[in-house]
Write a protein that binds this ligand. Structure first.
Ligand code: PLP
Length: 360
């Protein structure tokens, strides 16, 4: 069987070129006679791999020198604790609740200090982004937290919240490198890489250097201190070495494709095909407020759970995998990350049209 179109929300499709290259280098990485998986993280060869990965990411995102790039472990979920442990100096933080991941981060922060839910879209099943132009930001808030792209619900902040001068912390797991960003608007940008960048297990944290201090909450484990990882250039302990190597290859692939402006154009073109179809279909409906639609995760429903299940089953048989919506919301979801080719979306829409015709 050849490769199928994989619409998984994560771990997700990666560029074929990257996978092939990694396969070619599996037994002998550039004449070292070993796989990167077998290589000491203290070796010259690995130093080059992680160094280039960081530099390529800096180039792609135009990361200023006063921001540090950390390659860490524990997935995005580990950051739900690491952020308050390192940033909650006043023990107060404001959270904007736009879905389950933001809610989990908020609940985790509440273990360590006063976490305030200052806005939420829970009233309409997280199908929109709340107005964030004039939020009740706490005077002593250490930071304001958002989940910038909501993987499960398919919404995205098109405009960052007005934090009234407070540090913005953003989980960008499902929109990492999908379009250009102005890093200077954030204190921390972080994300698990298993959607747009590489193998699960790596989380990348881009953090303004003044936020990295010795002054963490009492009892913070050494491994959860940003400072220890920064002081050791992400090599305090054995990093997820192979995963970082694959991330590095994806950074080079994005650079070769033309960078984040090109990614954005490609992603807009892809998403438009699907959203345009949903907007005129009499069977399938998008579930998100139009102005807040994500370019990465596109949820849709027929309104009939049985028909949804039939669609997912027939789509799978036709080579379109992982279209089932998140277990908490049902329906369908097509995740169309950077590596999903345009033809994949066009073919999916053709299949949806045919399904609609046959099941009128
Ligand atoms: N944040 C977002 C936006 C996600 O989509 C996910 C996972 O899908 C997570 C956090 C949790 O990531 P991890 O499984 O790496 O902890």
């Amino acid at each position: 069987m050849g490769r199928i179109y994989n619409f998984s929300a994560g771990p997700a499709v990666l560029p074929e070129e990257v996978l092939k290259e990694a396969a070619e280098e599996m037994l002998d990485y550039k004449g070292t006679g070993m796989s990167v998986m077998e290589m000491s993280h203290r070796s010259k060869a690995y130093e080059t791999i992680i160094g280039e990965a960081e530099q390529d990411l800096r180039d792609l995102m135009n990361i200023p020198d006063n921001y540090k790039v950390l390659f860490l472990q524990g997935g995005a979920s580990q950051q739900f604790a690491m952020i308050p442990m390192n940033l909650m100096k006043n023990k107060v933080a404001d959270y904007i609740i736009t879905g389950q991941w933001a809610k989990k981060a908020y609940q985790e922060a509440a273990i360590y200090g006063k976490a305030n839910a200052i806005a939420s879209s829970a009233d309409k099943t997280f199908s929109y982004i709340p107005d964030c132009s004039d939020l009740p930001i706490s005077e002593d808030a250490d930071y304001v937290y958002i989940c910038e792209n909501n993987t499960i619900y398919g919404t995205k902040f098109k405009k960052l919240p007005n934090t009234k001068g407070k540090t913005l912390v953003a989980d960008v797991s499902s929109c990492f490198l999908s379009e250009p960003v102005d890093v200077t608007k954030y204190g921390v940008i972080y994300g698990g890489v298993q959607k747009n960048i590489g193998p699960a297990g790596v989380v990348i944290v881009i953090i303004r250097e003044d936020l990295i201090t010795e002054d963490t909450l009492p009892g913070t484990p050494t491994m959860l201190k940003y400072k220890i990882h920064d002081d050791n250039k992400s090599l305090y302990n054995t990093p997820p070495a192979y995963g970082i190597y694959v991330c590095g290859k994806v950074f080079k692939w994005i650079k070769k494709m033309g960078g984040l402006e090109v990614m954005k154009e490609r992603n807009e073109k892809k998403a438009k095909v699907l959203y345009d179809f949903l907007d005129q279909s009499t069977m399938f409906k998008g579930t998100v407020a139009k102005e807040d639609r994500s370019l990465m995760n596109v949820p849709f429903v027929t309104g009939d759970a049985e028909l949804d299940a039939k669609f997912v089953k027939e789509a799978k048989a036709a080579g379109f995998e992982n279209l089932k919506g998140h277990r908490s919301v049902g329906g369908m979801r097509a995740s169309i990350y950077n590596a999903m080719p345009y033809e994949g979306v066009v073919k999916l829409v053709e299949f949806m049209k045919k399904f609609e015709e046959e099941n009128k």
